[in-house]
Each structure stands twice: as C-alpha cells, then as structure tokens.
Design a protein around this ligand. Sequence first.
Ligand SMILES: [Mn+2]
Length: 427
Amino acid sequence: MQDIIDSSERENAARLTGLDRDYAALGEKLDRHGVSIDEIRDKAAAFGIAIPSWGVGTGGTRFARFPGPGEPRNIFDKIEDCAVIHQLTRATPTISLHIPWDRADPQSLKEAASRFGLGFDAINSNTFQDQPGQRHSYKFGSLSHTDAATRQQAIEHNLECIEIGEAIGSKALTVWIGDGSNFPGQSDLARAFERYLSSMKTVYAALPEDWRVFTEHKIYEPAFYSTVVQDWGTNYLIAKELGPKAYCLVDLGHHAPNVNIEMIVSRLIQFGKLGGFHFNDSKYGDDDLDAGSIDPYRLFLVFNELVEAERRDAPGFQPAHMLDQSHNVTDPIESLMVSASEVRRAYAQALLVDRQALIRAQEANDALMASETLKKAFRTDVEPILASARLKAGGAVDPVATYRASSYRKRITDSRPAVEGSGGGIV
Ligand SMILES: [Mn+2]
C-alpha cells in the first residue's frame, strides 16, 4: 500500500493548483445560485459505496474469461485490492462478500479488512450454482425447488450466511436466486412462488434484530422463460409478505430494456421498501457494464429520486449502495474506482437540482422547464467537487492516473502467481 500512498503524494502535488482554481470557479458559480459548494462536497464525501468482492477479479461471459495479471487468488487478495480502491477514492469503505466464494475464518476476514480500515456490507448467498460435495443440485432451482430437501439445503445455506455475516459485522443478507424455467409449462408459476415465499419466511425468521434482508429481482437469465423473482412487483410482494426487515434490491441491469427504473425506485421509496442498489450499466440486458458508462443520465435520474427522498426524510429510507459489475476488458481496480466516482457524481449532480424551481414547473405543468431544471444540474461538471472530497479525505485527485503511476499492479503480478478458475462472478 505504501506504493499507492507515495504515488498519491506525487500525483496530487502536481494537480493541487489546478484543482484549487477549478473548485473556486465552480464554487463562485454555485454561490450565485445560493448553493454552498462546501456543503455539496461534504455530502458527497460522506456517500459510501460497497465494493463487491467478486468485482476485483476479471469477469467473463459464457464464452470466455480473459484473466489479467495479478488476479486476486483468494478473499485476502481481494480485500487488498479493495483497500487500494478505497485509499485512492475514499468512497468505498465496505466490501460485500459472496458465500461460498469468499469463505474464510471470520476472525481473519475481520482482521484483514480492519487493517485497511474497511468494513463489510451486505452478505450475498449463492444458491445459483452447485458446490463440490453438495448433496442436492440446484439445476432445477433452490429456494423454490419442487423437492423439499433441496429447498432445505438452500435455506440452511442462507442461515449460514447470516451466521458468517454476524461474525464479520454485516447487517444485511442479499438473496438472489437463479430459479425459474426455460419452457412454458415446465414450472407451475404460482406454486414455485409459494415455495419460494415459504423458504424465505424461514430465512427471515433467522434474521438478527438489527438486520435487513434484500431480495433481488431479475427478469431473465439463467432461466430464459420465467424467473421466480422476475420484477419489482414480485419483489415488492415478497418484501410485503416477509415483514418489516425485508426490502427490495434494485440491480440496474435486471430489467427489460428501456424500463423506467427511476420510477420503480420512486414507487419502492413511497411504500418504504427500497433496500438498496446494485449499480452497473447496460445497453441490451444484464450486461454488468461499469456504472454510468452507457447512460449516465439514467443514473442521475435515479439519484434525483434518492435525493428527493433524502430531502423529505422518507420513512424507512436507508438504501445500501453497492456496485455489481463484471469487468471483462479493463483492470477491475480502475473500473471500480471510476464507477464509484460515477455513482458519487450522479449524487452530487442530483444535489444541485433546484428543487423549488422543479416543483414550480411541475405545479404549472411546465414540462420544458421541469426537464431543463434537471438538465441544468446534470450538465454541471462536478469533478472539482468529487476531487476535492477525495483529497480532503486523504485520497487521490485523479485516482486512475495515480494508480497507473504506482507500481501496485506490477508488484501484485509478481507476488500472485496465476491460478486456475478463480471465481469471476457475473450476478
Ligand atoms: Mn446484482
């Protein structure tokens, strides 16, 4: 990590004057509109995003995976890579683990993370693939399987995840299942959902007092005809059926193309069931591309809803922010740093929306001015705010340039010999 810190000092020094000028110029402009730049910066600085442990390994497609040099070999290597991301961005203080991919002694996990000042976010269960030595196969489903023993095995796995999560300081369990069908008629749609609900009720009953469970919907894949938890409506029904500790998780890539995700977010907020996000971006389907890389305006519009909820202190509004991406052609550390910045950027831009002007335009049915009010905030280049937030917290003005100027990737390439099949997950 010393190589990262040394690089930060050198690279930051070269950028200080430019940043000061840019920050002052933007501050002056915002001030004319009655907005304090320091306030926006402090809010952005306090906004944390969890890194998915599986994101620091190179991802892949169903065709191939092309691992990069210095791939993490285990969860401890992953924690080290996550620490680099947080050191440079100061935006990613927590890691979201996936069991069994990240199974290790909980005490060692805690120690490894706290050495870098990191904590653990929601823990993810995995009943969408079979593990070596597993008694019952998930080929035809897990929590909704027709066979009671298979369902029980999937329930017990989730209970174990809660136990591990408790030992490492997590406060939430995220459940995504691959259950569904490939042929019309293959599965009784209602009975499969009933079985799922019944299984989840057992999992829910085991949640500690201060925990939440996030259920994640997904329209298709790996099942291509129907999925048991297919959309936000189904997800809302689940959260409602389970109880007050159950919330819906919105993975941006898990919807049909062109679905209005910000409206889904608004609905879930309105009815107190928005649990959190898996941020990523997509062009065609569940592409797991980098957040903000395809449609940054959509990300902004999601944040416009979040900022509005924050402003009016919506009941039960405490969303968890996580990235969930697959980095197939980039250095995952770079992608995750840029993505975390994109999420913060959308948040900062949404904070700049003139809420009074927006409400006035809405009340007057002034469609054009309402749209322009949003666009005006979206068009603001908030980079000086984000850079200043990073610098103030001990991070890098330019995380990618600083990372590239360090010898980190080369060092870990030398110290981490390539291994076969390190789980690059696509979830
Ligand atoms: Mn996801």
